[in-house]
Design a protein around this ligand. Structure first.
Ligand SMILES: Cc1cc2nc3c(=O)[nH]c(=O)nc-3n(C[C@H](O)[C@H](O)[C@H](O)COP(=O)(O)OP(=O)(O)OC[C@H]3O[C@@H](n4cnc5c(N)ncnc54)[C@H](O)[C@@H]3O)c2cc1C
Length: 483
């Protein structure tokens, strides 16, 4: 069956028959596919427009082969081969990325990491776990919970994403204010460089020995290495949990409360501030929170610490005119936090729905929120533009904006791009960072220069030095807008 392809109009050229034989020699027949059903399965990630494309009989980008490695050595052999025959190699976790990072936009070989899914070791004394990166996030958490630990990395996509995807896209989970983001969790790693060398770092609580290579690879979106293994920090499962919620008349009061709580070095695991539209959407319009900003906190850990965190959190929210809404809204959040049914409900009736997350220091936070919502609403066809704080730090916050609308005279792609562009512009103008935790992929590549400025040439040099033939995930991060 023929499908219109959105991205890879110019696929790389190589002899497919010869390559098939070589891939089988490395991975074995059962771990190599060029069946149409597999090609189609790996022709998309979770760019939100891909639901629209599926309904229109389009696919985002088609690979030529899919392989399922079981060792770093096989990946190394693949990359050595790929440099010889000049075939693009695209690492793939679970395809839950929302920016097109895992799309094979120049065709080539998808390296699906899911068979590298072992929890290799738990070290109780060091509080670490060593895990292969193809392991699904929920399976990591379940296996750790069964032994009395948690990683504390709970993204909304936990059922459909992998450790490798988290490291590559610099992910952030819902409990991140206490446990940190993925870059705070990694202690050491094993990875295969684009030219095939296998590298492995030493586990240490901290080092002071030259530049930090793991920081270079985290967030590199499969362009500088395929990460095969990581040793991560783990924690004993929390003894106690306290659920706290407050509704605020003004977004500024909610922001000030969170800022003051973190300033006191009190770190609730979950911190979220919903604007009034998001509050109605998620929590309904009970009189205490109608037209207000619902703010929820989950404090967890040692019983005494939780009691103190709960006390300080409540005191500060009350001081900032918050209305105590009790545990019920947080219980509701726990029940609904993985529900993402809106996209499948609205796409078939022609509505485009998407989300955009950005980051900003405290002194620009309120301004960025108001300016961005205003800017999004100006795009013709936009019906709703809403936002919430999904992650908070002593220095600032991550905002998560959502929009929905019906393109008027534009194509779905044109409409979506118009809202993305105006949000990126508003973020840059407000001094924010264009992405908090979803990464760049193809959706944000046009904005890399605006984000990195004088550092962009250095990033390009690093890519060139590590991947001189541009084998690993070509067309991403360094190559500007994707046509
Ligand atoms: C409903 C929904 C909710 C989400 N919620 C969150 C959230 O709460 N927090 C959050 O941070 N993100 C969230 N995301 C986005 C997404 O889940 C993350 O970006 C996640 O990290 C992607 O993981 P993956 O395994 O699916 O990666 P993929 O989508 O398969 O790949 C993502 C990128 O990583 C690269 N890659 C994959 N594995 C490796 C590897 N082993 N080595 C090197 N590169 C690799 C790919 O080439 C690609 O560039 C959500 C997505 C959806 C659809």
């Amino acid at each position: 069956m023929d499908f219109e392809v959105v991205y890879n109009k110019k696929s790389a050229e190589f002899d497919k028959t010869k390559l098939a034989k070589k891939l089988i020699a490395i991975f074995g027949e059962a771990n190599v596919s060029q069946k149409e059903i597999d090609i189609l399965s790996y022709s998309k990630d979770f760019i939100l427009l891909s639901a629209r494309w599926t309904l229109d009989g389009k696919v985002a980008a088609k690979p030529d082969f899919i392989v399922w490695p079981t060792s770093a050595k096989q990946i190394s052999d693949l990359l050595i081969l790929a440099n010889k025959v000049k075939v693009p190699i695209v690492p793939f976790g679970a395809g839950s990325g929302v920016v097109g990072g895992a799309l094979p936009i120049l065709g080539g070989v998808i390296v699906d990491m899911k068979k590298m899914d072992k929890l290799l070791e738990i070290n109780d004394q060091n509080l670490t776990a060593t895990i292969q990166t193809g392991k699904n996030g929920m399976n990591i958490e379940r296996d750790l919970n069964n032994k009395g630990y948690t990683l504390g990395h709970i993204p909304q996509s936990i059922f459909t994403s992998t450790l490798g995807g988290y490291l590559a896209h610099k992910a952030a989970g819902q409990f991140s204010t206490k446990y940190g983001k993925i870059e705070d969790m990694i202690i050491s790693f094993e990875a295969v460089l684009p030219t095939g060398e296998i590298i492995k770092s030493k586990a240490a609580p901290r080092t002071s020995v030259g530049p930090q290579v793991d920081k270079l690879l985290i967030g590199s979106e499969g362009t500088l290495a395929i990460i095969t293994e990581a040793t991560v920090r783990i924690w004993p499962q929390p003894e106690k949990r306290a659920l706290v919620s407050f509704a605020f008349e003004k977004m500024e009061d909610a922001l000030n409360s969170v800022r003051e709580i973190l300033r006191k070095q009190v770190y609730p695991a979950v911190v979220r501030i919903y604007d009034s539209d998001e509050t109605e959407r998620h929590f309904g319009s009970e009189k205490n929170y109608k037209d207000r900003c619902m703010t929820i906190f989950v404090c967890e850990g040692d019983t005494d610490v939780v009691a103190l965190e709960e006390k300080v959190t409540k005191q500060i929210c009350l001081k900032n005119f918050g209305i105590d809404c009790g545990e019920a809204p947080v219980e509701h959040w726990f029940e609904t936090r993985f529900n993402v049914s809106e996209i499948s409900k609205y796409t078939p009736i022609g509505v485009i729905v998407d989300t955009i997350e950005v980051a900003i220091m405290w002194d620009g936070a309120a301004n960025l929120y108001y300016e961005t919502i205003k800017a999004m609403k100006k795009v013709p066809g936009v019906v709703t533009a809403t936002g919430y704080v999904s992650h908070a730090y002593p220095q600032g916050v991550g905002f998560y904006f959502s929009f929905s609308g019906v393109p008027d005279k534009q194509s779905p792609e044109g409409f979506s791009k118009a809202v993305w562009d105006i949000t990126m512009e508003s973020t840059v103008k407000s001094g924010g960072s264009i992405a908090h935790h979803h990464g760049v992929g193809v959706v944000r590549s046009a904005w890399m220069e605006a984000e990195w400025g004088s550092i962009m040439p250095l990033l390009k040099k690093i890519k060139k030095a590590l991947d001189p033939k541009n084998i690993l995930n070509p067309g991403k991060l360094y190559d500007g807008p994707i046509e």
